[in-house]
Design a protein around this ligand. Structure first.
Ligand code: TMP
Ligand code: ASP
Length: 349
């Protein structure tokens, strides 16, 4: 492998072309640290290499648990420079944030005390646009601007919730509470969506389970000091814990198929109900469509591209008659079933 030219330089990473493959690129982690759209800046020697190694471990853990990611391998460039060889993707212009405990912009936006546990994990989308300060965007907003299709939004949300279960487990094993985190996804040239970017203390909020001490970039954002010490602490916890890579915490999600008659096919049950409703005085009923719902529950599996492809095949060949029926596939994740790590008592001033 030989590094070719720089393709892109962002606030925290540099992307290079590789000379021996067009499908992969090299992403070097920089020492720079920024916050508040880059208005607060610093550089800490050693931070880039720590983050590259931390992110590599987390991506390996997620891959081992079935998540489709862009990560291929960690590359030591020498002189304390580390990079990831990654599959090339086009990054979606959406940041996907998942929260277990109120903190940061969520606490500010809704006036909720930081540390308040949320009744269920919350997924938020933010538009990647520094000039607009990465505003929150609704699902309908993202779809209507053509940033993602409704199916892609559904897939991103389900992925983020399942990744949340995996990461909560990962950090729990390290004695840490996963408060929230940000994910980015990218599209390959053949249309697959892969988890991309990084998962590091720059992009997660993690607190020590016993002391509630902050072990992430909030130490920099809030001038708490000992930023590098916190990143080293996380790296040491990961290194000292061989159990986390390759373990399969229990995941549970449901896949729903709602099947209905194709609009051109006469639907006798639908027509009977329509007539009954008209007889009851619901004059404005123009159509009633009947159908059926199927729920398949998966445990210890990951929703990824392969599973969606196989489920699509099952739906078309076993669950429906494509000549007369159409279907919609949707997902629901059961959160926190085996991970009761958030205690009601967590509060931070
Ligand atoms: P927020 O509370 O500031 O919205 O941040 C939510 C999570 O997203 C937190 O774990 C930090 C992470 N994050 C990033 O990775 N990049 C960003 O630009 C921002 C604003 C947050
Ligand atoms: N990463 C963002 C920036 O560099 C903001 C943040 O993480 O707080 O501005």
């Amino acid at each position: 492998m030989r590094i070719m030219k720089k393709i892109y330089e962002g606030k925290a990473k540099i992307v290079y072309e590789l000379d021996d493959t067009a499908e992969e690129c090299l992403i070097e982690y920089k020492n720079s640290l920024t916050a508040f759209d880059g208005t607060k800046k610093d550089s800490i020697a050693g931070k880039g290499s720590l983050n590259a190694r931390i992110s590599a471990k987390i991506f390996e853990f997620l891959s081992n648990n079935g998540v489709d990611t862009h990560f291929v391998k960690l590359e030591n460039l020498g002189e304390d420079r580390f990079a990831h060889v990654c599959k090339k993707v086009t990054i979606l212009p959406l940041e996907v944030v998942c929260r277990n405990i109120a903190a940061g912009s969520f606490s500010r936006r809704y006036g909720v005390q930081e540390g308040t546990p949320l009744k269920n994990p919350v997924i938020e989308f933010f538009l990647k646009n520094d000039a607009l300060h990465d505003p929150l965007i609704t699902e309908q907003g993202a779809v209507s601007l053509g940033l993602a299709t409704p199916t892609e939004i559904e897939y991103l949300k389900t992925q983020a919730l399942l990744i949340n279960e995996l990461l909560r487990y990962f950090f729990d094993r390290l004695g840490l509470i996963l408060v929230d985190f940000k994910l980015e996804f990218g599209r390959t040239s053949d249309g697959r969506i892969l988890l991309a970017d990084e998962i590091t203390p720059d992009t997660v909020r993690i607190w020590d389970k016993k002391t509630l001490e902050i072990v992430d970039k909030d130490r920099f954002r809030r001038d708490l000091g000992n930023v590098l010490g916190a990143y080293e602490d996380l790296w040491n916890r990961i290194q000292d814990n061989p159990l986390i890579v390759g373990e399969h915490p229990s995941l549970k999600f449901h896949v729903f198929f709602s099947v209905r008659m194709h609009p051109t096919v006469p639907d006798s049950s639908g027509m009977i109900l329509k007539r009954a409703l008209e007889w009851m005085g619901f004059g404005a009923v123009s159509h009633v469509v009947s159908g059926r719902l199927m729920r398949i529950t998966f445990t210890n599996a990951m929703l990824n591209h392969e599973l969606v492809t196989r489920l699509t095949d099952v739906a078309q060949n076993m669950l429906t008659n494509p000549a007369i029926e159409e279907y919609l596939m949707s997902f629901e994740v059961e959160s926190g079933t085996s991970l009761p790590l958030i205690k009601e008592s967590i509060k931070r001033d």
